[in-house]
Design a protein around this ligand. Structure first.
Ligand code: ADP
Ligand code: MG
Length: 309
């Protein structure tokens, strides 16, 4: 495998009136070609912000993001010389599909963002038909509008739309979180199959550890804008190091488990130190050492963690 995307020292600060929100700090992620990397963490931890910087919706405040070795962002300008290479599927197909457009228009729209020469190569009615069949839709669906479909079907439309430009890389931001469990499994399986068939690379964002376990080869755990642990799925699920990762994993286990109980019910305490570990407030294992932010260190091969313990 070789690196498709590299993020180094990436920081995103949002300005909200006089306040600044550190949505992402010091993010370093390498995404290898063909892998599914999961980004997990509770709401507000910065997952979508990372996704948005990779698809060109938000510019990083600092740091570098490269795609196949070339900078993706030139200051605040997103590189447009990658026609259709990077696509996305969002959580809520209700709001991400334009209700006034037919399914056909929705799926074909990303082609119109491409230079006309590239569009000709990638377009074509045969291709559209093959694609909608592949995602489980029918020709008769093409002239209908999004509100005529179920949540699962709408997400299939969104997937066809993401695939129409033959991308290499897709950001999937909570793609099944709005769906019923049985429908969720069908869509996840479709995404897995498409990855194999089309040699795709995914950034898969979810707050749900069991979905992450089902989908991902590698996992980055985020808390308050920082990646606190990253490793192969095996490392994270069999040998989690960070107390926050252990809390996330405890959601998969029985509440009888005493260590996770201790973790879940630790009394919050604020640190006086500005440079404290991001997890200080909720960590049951904190000591005075944690007033100083831990560095992100290697624990085993392909496994890093930011914790003094
Ligand atoms: P997640 O996807 O993990 O729920 P986000 O990346 O959406 O987290 O948000 C990370 C942090 O950045 C949150 O505190 C959120 O309120 C803040 N944030 C996100 N988008 C904006 C924005 N456009 N303006 C100001 N703050 C934002
Ligand atoms: Mg989000």
């Amino acid at each position: 495998m070789s690196a498709l995307i590299e993020m180094k020292d990436v920081e995103k600060i949002y300005q909200k009136g006089r306040h600044s929100v550190h949505a992402v700090s010091d993010a370093a992620i390498t995404i290898e070609k063909g892998e599914i990397i999961g980004l997990v963490g509770e709401s507000g931890s910065g997952k979508s912000t990372i996704g948005k910087m990779l698809i060109g919706l938000e510019a990083p405040t600092n740091g570098f993001i490269t795609y196949q070795g070339a900078n993706l962002w030139n200051k605040t300008k997103f590189k447009r010389s990658l026609p259709g290479e990077i696509q996305t599927v969002f959580q809520d197909p209700q709001s991400s599909l334009d209700p006034r457009m037919t399914v056909k228009e929705i799926i074909l729209e990303p082609l119109y963002a491409l230079p006309s020469k590239v569009r000709k190569e990638k377009g074509g009615l045969d291709k559209l038909m093959a694609l909608i069949n592949r995602v489980g839709l029918k020709a008769e669906h093409l002239e209908r509008y999004p509100h005529e479909f179920s949540g699962g079907q709408r997400q299939r439309i969104a997937i066809a739309r993401a695939l129409i430009t033959d991308p290499s890389f897709i950001v999937l931001d909570e793609p099944t979180s709005a769906l019923d469990v049985s429908v969720q499994a069908q869509v996840l399986n479709l995404l897995k199959e498409l990855r194999q068939e089309r040699n795709l690379t995914y950034l898969f964002i979810s707050h749900n550890m069991s979905v992450i376990r089902y989908m991902c080869d590698k996992i980055a755990v985020m808390y308050k804008g920082k990646i606190v642990e990253m490793g192969t799925a095996k490392c994270i699920f069999e040998n989690a190091q960070h107390p926050y990762t252990k809390i996330l994993l405890s959601s998969l286990l029985s509440i009888q488990d005493t260590t996770s109980q201790k973790l879940l019910f630790a009394a919050p305490e604020k640190s006086e130190s500005k440079n404290a570990c991001v997890f200080f407030e909720r960590c049951p294992s904190r000591t005075s050492l944690c007033e100083e932010s831990p560095s992100f260190e290697q624990r085993e091969e392909h496994h890093h963690c930011a914790c003094h313990y």
